[in-house]
Design a protein around this ligand. Structure first.
Ligand code: FAD
Length: 273
């Protein structure tokens, strides 16, 4: 905090460096100082607290991917982590860095929103909690205030037996997704008691597909309802066009990937995690 204050906003926290250092190399950033968070041991812990998993901002992506508590209580996050970059980048990259970096195609912010998670920001005015819904503003932009660092990620346990899936399309394994989908469905017999579907790569930030969610919560998880939800998902997004893909192609990908993700969610055995 004191170092951040000393440089008055012209310093950058350094976490795993897997995005910050490339940005320095491309001369997209030239801060006066880097403040290495790597030596703050308590920022790297992963622990269970009441009905949540609490992950320190400096927890390495690889450590969370292999953590037993994440596999047991947050299997969607564990699946998402497997899509992040490559093993070497995950061994250095952190969850806090990915969230703070807020790449619109990143899997961890998408999973945090799907899991209804929140982060703890610590700054000159103390600690405050920010829900994922209120955190991601636009391209590489969060609601973290100047002088604040992200210190914890807090995610409620997934409902026992929930269906979950991450589906994405990227040109090569390990590339950022052109479109990514995270889906969680809570099932009660053949009904859908609750659905959360999030898309990444569509625009500046991950986005909830609430129209598609409502179809499942009204009509259940049979193939007809899933097809209608996938079609509704494509209608409710307003994707960008860029050299990777046109808006129409992204919209098509949303429909296909939502359909695939929901079919996996529906077909998943109702085993408790
Ligand atoms: P850093 O690079 O150290 O920092 C990133 C930014 O966040 C910086 O601005 C930094 O100042 C800020 N910051 C870091 N920690 C904090 C904190 N605690 N509080 C406030 N600000 C903070 N990511 C994906 O999601 N999907 C991919 O497919 C993917 N592929 C990749 C492929 C390659 C080859 C590489 C090199 C990276 C890839 N990444 C991908 C990015 C990777 O996941 C990064 O680890 C992540 O984006 C940033 O995490 P980090 O810990 O490395 O943060």
């Amino acid at each position: 905090m004191a170092l951040l204050d000393r440089y008055g906003g012209d310093a950058r926290p350094l976490a795993g460096g897997q995005s910050l250092v490339p940005m320095l190399n491309f001369r997209l950033l030239s801060p006066a100082a880097l403040i290495d968070l790597g030596r703050i041991g308590e920022l790297a812990q992963i622990r269970e607290e009441a009905n949540s998993v609490v992950i320190g901002a400096m927890a390495r992506q690889r450590a969370a991917e292999g953590a037993e508590i994440v596999a047991r209580k947050l299997p969607l996050l564990r699946e998402a982590l497997g899509w992040v970059g490559h093993l070497p980048t995950r061994s250095r990259g952190t969850l806090g860095g990915s969230i703070a970096h807020a790449d619109p195609s990143a899997e961890i912010p998408m999973a945090l929103l799907a899991l209804d998670g929140e982060v703890v920001a610590t700054g000159p005015k103390g600690r405050r909690t920010i829900a994922a819904e209120a955190l991601f503003e636009s391209f590489y932009t969060t609601t973290l205030a100047a002088g604040e660092i992200l210190t914890e990620i807090r995610i409620p346990h997934m409902a026992p037996g929930a269906g979950y899936a991450i589906e994405e399309y990227a040109r090569r394994k390990g590339d950022f997704a052109i479109v990514g989908i995270a889906a969680i469905v809570e099932r009660k017999a053949d009904r859908c008691a609750g659905a959360r579907i999030v898309a990444s790569g569509i625009g500046g930030a991950p986005v909830r597909l609430r129209g598609a969610e409502k179809i499942l919560e009204r009509d259940g998880l049979d193939p007809t309802a899933i097809a209608q939800a996938a079609a509704r998902a494509a209608e409710e997004v307003d994707p960008l066009s860029d050299p990777n893909a046109s808006a129409d192609y992204r919209r098509h990908l949303v429909s296909v990937l939502v359909g695939r993700a929901l079919a996996r969610c529906a077909g998943m055995p109702e085993r408790a995690h």
